[in-house]
Every structure is written in C-alpha cells, then in structure tokens.
Unconditional design. Structure first.
Length: 302
C-alpha cells in the first residue's frame, strides 16, 4: 500500500485513506497508573502485577468503551477534541467502566492522591492524547476508519469462551454506530506464532508503542492462547459474517480472514529494505482478503 497511492488503495484494497484507532494506548496507560500507584505505596487497581492481566475482567470491555468515545470524536467533526491531561482521562476511564458495569475508580479516590497521580501522569496522558487525536481528520470524505484490537481466551479453552473473553464479548461492547457499519478483517495467526511475534517485536525502550510493545507471556497464554473467531463464523446465522447481539439488536458483521499463519508481514517493520518478492506476497494475500471482505460487505449491507 505504501507503494500504490490512494487510487490503488481504493481499487485494490477497497480502502480510503485510513484513520487509525487502537485500544493499546489505553492498556499501556492503565499499566502506568498502577506503576505510579505502587511507587507511591498504594495498592494497584487494574493489574495485580506487571505480568498479570486485568484484575477486573470487564476492563477488557472498558478498553473498547474508550475506543467508542474516540470514534465519536473522529466521526463528529464539530465536536471539541478532548482536552489533554490525566485528570480528564481519569474521568473518561470512569465513564467507560460504568458502561461495562464495573466500579468507578477515580471519582471516589482521595483528592490529594488523584491530584498527585494526575501530575505524575501528565506527560503520558498528553502523549496519548496527541497519538489518538492528532490524527483527527478535517473531513471524513474518502476515509476508512480502522479500529484495531486483539482478543482471545486461555490456552486449551473450549468454545464458546466464557463471558469477557474473546471476540464475542469484544464485539458486543462496540457502539451501535460502529456495529451498523463495521466489517472485520481478521489477521489469522496461530497462538504459537502470535507469541513468537510478540517476543520478536519487543523494544524495551519503547514499551508504549503500538508497534513495538511486548505483552506479558502470562497474558499471551491466558488471554490469547485460544481464539473464538472460527467458532463465531461457524455458529453465525448468516454466512460470511459473525453474529453480534448487542444494544437490543442483532448485527451481522462481514468478515474475511487474512491468512498470516506463515508470516507475511514482519518484513514491513524494516523500512529500508523491502524485497519485491515479500511485497508481492503480502499485497496478493491482502488484496484477496479485502476483495472477499468487500464482496460480503456489499452484499450484506446493501
């Protein structure tokens, strides 16, 4: 896509210029909150330790409620950009937790502690705000909004996965506005390959990066050790889609799989030397997957 330009992107990939949303910046920010709480001699809130997953499992939904908030900002161009600063982000997290039925954290926090925490996290909060809303377009004409997240379940889990695990729960947390228009490009990798990629991409000097962060091994095994996407496809009541019951409605999200079980993508991280053979393999597989997705989308959404 880097070599093709906008016209090729639209014709070959059925994509406009992309506007990116991702839940990882919030994963990292919640970990930073806990690190600072621990440094202050206070109890952690979101994770029992640096290697653990969420203590409150509904926080997997909290992440997507925050993405829902971001989506509103990106699609309502007359709305003000959320202010920078940790204190406002604390309020957003409480709002997102309320939406999933979890207890709020910051509205009941000691005022002095909240102020101290906000001061310590101000730089990180400002960086997150710039990373997300710095990409806010002046117009959505010709744009495609891409929302990236990954979900799964424990290694060896049977299907369906328990509530709060997997894509079934994740999709149910997306807003009506997203579900009404969404299509899913599923990047298909095995759990073993996912763990290998996780280790290979890690840059300890850039732990907050979407591209270079490393997920704790315990989380990889217990949260991404199995995947329910195949189950969702097999049990959907409309072929080529996943069925999502949410907001008192039933949605059918068109889905296509991009088969990356044999790694087609890692070379992209090397910006200097892309071999034409690697590029051709990736472009062929990606264009095929997106063509199938577009065909299903065009059929089911018309």
């Amino acid at each position: 896509m880097r070599n093709g330009g906008d016209e090729k992107s639209e014709q070959t990939y059925h994509l406009g210029d992309t506007v990116q949303l991702d839940d990882f910046p919030y994963v990292h920010f919640l970990r930073m909150i806990d690190e600072h709480l621990e440094a202050l001699g206070k109890a952690r809130i979101f994770y029992a330790n640096e290697e653990a997953s969420f203590t409150e499992r509904r926080d997997w939904g909290t992440l997507l409620q925050l993405v829902n908030q971001d989506y509103i900002v990106m699609t309502h161009l007359d709305a003000p950009t959320p202010p920078a600063g940790a204190d406002h982000l604390f309020d957003r997290i409480d709002q997102a937790r309320t939406a999933v039925g979890a207890a709020t954290v910051f509205d009941s926090m000691d005022t002095e502690l909240r102020s101290l925490l906000a001061d310590r996290l101000s730089g990180e909060a400002d960086r997150l705000n710039r990373e997300i809303f710095g990409r806010r377009p002046s117009s959505l004409n010709g744009k495609t909004i891409v929302i990236e997240f990954a979900r799964g379940g424990p290694d060896g889990a049977s299907m369906p996965l328990p509530t709060t695990y997997g894509y079934a729960y994740a999709f149910s947390q997306l807003s009506e506005a997203i579900l009404e228009r969404a299509a899913v490009l599923y990047i298909w990798v095995t759990p073993e390959e996912s763990r290998r990629k996780n280790r290979a991409r890690a840059n300890p000097d850039d732990p907050g990066s979407i591209l270079n962060h490393m997920c704790p091994e315990d989380v990889m095994i217990n949260e991404y050790g199995s995947c329910d996407m195949e189950h969702l496809l097999e049990t959907s009541d409309k072929s080529g889609t996943v069925t999502v019951d949410a907001h008192g409605r039933r949605f059918h999200l068109p889905l296509a799989r991009f088969d990356n079980r044999e790694d087609l993508t890692t070379f992209v991280r090397d910006d200097d030397e892309w071999q034409s053979e690697d590029v051709n393999k990736l472009e062929g597989a990606l264009s095929d997957a997106l063509a199938r997705l577009w065909e299903t989308y065009d059929t089911t959404r018309s």
